[in-house]
Design a binder for this molecule. Structure first.
Ligand SMILES: *Cc1c(COP(=O)(O)O)cnc(C)c1O
Length: 414
């Protein structure tokens, strides 16, 4: 990439960027910050308001009849999201359903997929791990009478303040797979921003007859995924980070097609039951032959409407296009940070663009006592992790080269 560290060059890049105007489809917070927190809560698409209002209107005008009538009858509302969501993660439509929230879904999936036996009973995860994921796998072990400390294997992908290579990660997984029944791996690590080699990890899981589940909280809507081709067993992700679905937005779930007619056990409820007989129920649960079988309850329409609006934007632009732009923005940010030559700032995210998404994690060794407050006072919104790591993610939808330029000028002062 040709590169100059001037403001003029940042403006030039914005001017010749055909996707610059995508930002006009989003609301920015009223303080008009530099917003690099799309990895935590994506900004609100302007069209979200109308999607939610449509359902408030339908409720107002139709009451209970909104389930069957109106523009988007609620009875099947979840199905309006499945196709666009499945394209975002590279799956068949029948393999994806939107429901609940992420940790809840990880539990529902592990109830089905973690089936410890006498010789295979451990769970393997990558670290640094998000606290919720760790509690989730520990409690799954406890549910089976296993030991949450001994029977959980943690592969550390961040050693001596550096990400290990994807190849080293594979080696480490392979040497630790004895007795492992299931691995739960992040797609993109929330702390370091590393995008793992999921295809090779999945192959390894197959070779050792181990179930592979993915937590794609930081990967969905950020990087290109091919869950079907990679033969992943199950996955879940949240709707409010890169997917811009709004605070607490519903979560996406992937269940590989090969399990749709299997005899896997699951926790069951009426929304997973065969639609023909949902309202004249037989004695026994009869699962829908798709990921929908894992649904328990009828969906929260207002929050589904918000997420629906944002994933339609993904479909209109396309993941390929977004990923291309995100790679350019992130490389530009990396180059700008190197250009200021500030030895207090260390990028811990891998430098190979295929090994990361749009997030850069920066370890900052500054005399500044409160880095978080310092950045806030400069009107920069990003994420701070103790003791000294900030995570910044230029979002392909709404960030510009000039945002990055201005941010890096502030970094100079640290
Ligand atoms: C954001 C995130 C979560 C959040 O879980 P919720 O159930 O949606 O509150 C869980 N795990 C990871 C890895 C995350 O990044």
């Amino acid at each position: 990439m040709q590169f100059e560290s001037t403001l003029k060059y940042a403006e030039y890049l914005d001017n010749q960027d055909p996707l610059y105007s995508l930002k006009n489809k989003f609301y920015f917070p009223s303080s008009n910050p530099i917003y690099f927190c799309g990895h935590s809560l994506g900004l609100q698409p302007k069209q979200t308001y109308d999607y939610v209002k449509d359902e408030l209107n339908a409720w107002e005008e139709l009451g209970v009849e909104g389930h069957l009538n109106g523009k988007s009858p609620w009875l099947d509302y979840h199905s309006y999201l499945a196709e666009n969501m499945s394209k975002i993660v590279g799956a068949n439509t029948s393999e994806v359903v939107v429901m609940n929230s992420l940790t809840t879904n990880l539990h529902l999936l592990m109830i089905s997929f973690f089936k410890p036996s006498k010789h295979k009973f451990k769970i393997l995860i990558d670290t640094p791990s998000f606290p919720s994921d760790k509690y989730a796998v520990q409690s799954q072990l406890k549910l089976h009478g296993l030991n949450p400390l001994e029977d959980l294997i943690e592969i550390s992908t961040f050693q001596d303040n550096k990400c290990i290579s994807n190849k080293d990660m594979l080696n480490q997984i392979e040497t630790n797979l004895d007795n492992v029944a299931m691995m739960l791996i992040s797609g993109v690590n929330y702390y370091t921003g590393q995008f793992y080699d999921l295809k090779s990890i999945s192959n390894l899981a197959k070779k050792y007859n181990c179930i592979i589940g993915l937590d794609l909280a930081h990967a969905a809507g950020n990087v290109q995924l091919e869950l079907s081709n990679w033969d992943i067993d199950f996955a879940a992700w949240c709707g409010y980070k890169y997917l811009n679905g709004g605070p607490g937005a519903p979560s996406g779930v992937f269940v590989n097609e090969k399990y749709h007619s299997s005899d896997l056990n699951r926790l069951e409820g009426w929304w997973g039951h065969d639609k023909e007989t949902r309202f004249s129920p037989p004695n026994l649960f009869n699962p829908i032959k798709s990921a929908e079988a894992w649904q328990l309850s009828n969906p929260p329409i207002l929050s589904m409407a918000a997420l629906r609006s944002s994933i339609e934007l993904f479909d209109s632009v396309g993941m390929d296009t977004l990923r291309k732009r995100s790679k350019l923005l992130t490389s530009y940010m990396e180059n700008m940070i190197y250009s200021i030559n500030n030895s207090n700032i260390n990028i811990i995210t891998p430098s190979e663009s295929g090994d990361r998404g749009s997030q850069l994690s920066l370890a900052i060794h500054s005399n500044e006592k409160n880095i978080e407050l310092f950045l806030k006072n400069k009107n920069i919104i990003c994420d701070f992790r103790k003791p000294n790591v900030i995570r910044v993610a230029p979002c392909a939808f709404y960030n510009s080269y000039k945002d990055i330029y201005n941010f890096v000028q502030v970094l100079k002062e640290l």
